[in-house]
Design a binder for this molecule. Structure first.
Ligand SMILES: [Zn+2]
Length: 412
């Protein structure tokens, strides 16, 4: 017990110097910086990289020989373990991005959300647990209940796309088509990696819930858009409505600020009011009895116009809960009251129930790595707070945690 104690204390002291590092602006464009900071503050993805769990999932059949994931993990590790003031130059990561997605390199005016999709897709492909994808057979799920159909479709998706990235970011959307003639309902289930929400055009502010309501609003498909009704066996005017069938652990909400006009894109700078805590999405669920509450942990911001602008990120440290502004090579603490702005472009929400679930799950694991990591986790707290009281409090917390773990061991 005493040995463990000393070991942990030593680890703690070492970790005193640890804090977060911003990127140096030498090699990455601001839209990449912004997205990478949001991802590196994604609690579960960060731990996946810090624990090197990705290595067991690396799939060597992938076309890039899994170098993108490796560089992403290295970058995350560097971000969370290097000295506080130094900026990191992620040149190796950039080289992999260049190989994987050459179109993202060289132009600063890129879309952060597009980059996010591309990056997540790239990472997913390299750690996909499925190495041989099954041939897709058209199965008939029409006779099943909607819930059962949704489940089958989800399992079918997992048969070919199954990774840590999918575990975290992918949800399932249900679209229901209703025939205006005979009332027949047909349902389609699709996986989603994020939701692109339209912004209502008003002079004042709108709420995030308004955007979600607009996204899920019943839509009329008429004229050339009329789909074929299975019962009428002909094309009919139908209504279409989206509901969320399966909520992801991490919900990425993309505010559609850029609209394609005939000549050029334009940007909406409407202030979208979004909650930092307890975003309740139950009204958008296919099944209203599910629990769908989310807390915000990162925002990718875009300032400027559609012709020229700059990306920054606001992220909540997963350990301390404090907010920080990441602006290329600079990082500074900020008040949570400043997080909401009309620059918010991509919002990262974490499911509240997931957090408790994960916490519970990880506390069941029984190895010293976890203990060490918890200590690391606590260290971040006072390297930022720099308050003696806070430090003492944290030490007491860590010590009691270690003692309880040791007692548990002895108990066994
Ligand atoms: Zn019909």
């Amino acid at each position: 017990v005493i040995f463990e104690f000393i070991k942990t204390f030593f680890g703690m002291t070492l970790n005193l110097i640890i804090s977060f590092s911003p990127f140096s602006n030498v090699s990455l464009q601001c839209f990449m910086n912004s997205i990478l900071q949001c991802l590196s503050n994604t609690h579960d993805l960060r731990d996946y990289c810090l624990r090197n769990t990705h290595r067991t999932d690396l799939n060597n059949n992938s076309r890039a020989k899994a170098a993108l994931m490796e560089e992403f993990a290295k970058l995350t590790q560097t971000l969370w373990t290097s000295a506080s003031s130094e900026a990191i130059s992620p040149s190796d990561f950039k080289m992999q991005i260049q190989k994987y997605a050459p179109r993202f390199v060289g132009y600063n005016q890129q879309d952060a959300q597009e980059f996010l999709r591309f990056l997540l897709d790239g990472l997913h492909n390299e750690v996909n647990r499925v190495t041989v994808k099954p041939r897709s057979l058209m199965e008939d799920f029409e006779h099943l209940s909607d819930d059962e159909k949704g489940k089958r479709m989800w399992n079918k998706y997992l048969e070919s796309e199954d990774s840590k990235v999918v575990d975290l970011f992918v949800g399932q959307l249900k679209s229901t088509l209703t025939c205006s003639e005979c009332g027949f309902c047909s349902t389609v289930f699709d996986p989603f990696w994020d939701l692109s929400l339209p912004i209502a055009k008003t002079s004042g502010e709108v709420s995030l819930i308004d955007c979600l309501r607009l996204f899920t609003k019943e839509d009329v498909l008429d004229g050339n858009e009329r789909p074929t009704c299975h019962r009428c066996k002909t094309r009919r005017k139908c209504t279409k409505k989206f509901t969320i069938q399966k909520f992801p652990k991490i919900l990425v909400l993309h505010l559609k600020r850029f609209s394609e006009c005939r000549v050029r894109t334009s940007k909406l700078s409407t202030f979208v009011n979004f909650p930092l805590k307890e975003l309740d999405l139950r009204e958008f669920a296919s099944d209203n009895s599910v629990n769908a509450v989310y807390n915000l942990y990162a925002v990718s911001n875009h300032t400027g116009t559609s012709l020229g602008g700059h990306y920054t990120a606001y992220c909540r440290n997963p350990c301390t809960g404090e907010w920080y502004t990441y602006n290329d090579s600079r990082v500074s603490p900020m008040s949570s009251s400043q997080v909401r702005s009309s620059d918010a472009y991509v919002l990262f929400y974490e499911s509240v129930s997931t957090f408790f679930f994960l916490h519970h799950e990880s506390s069941k694991e029984d190895d010293s790595n976890i203990t060490a990591e918890r200590v690391t986790t606590n260290i971040f707290l006072f390297s930022d707070q720099q308050s003696l009281f806070f430090l003492l409090w944290k030490v007491i917390e860590v010590v009691s945690c270690i003692i309880s773990l040791q007692l548990e061991q002895i108990g066994k």
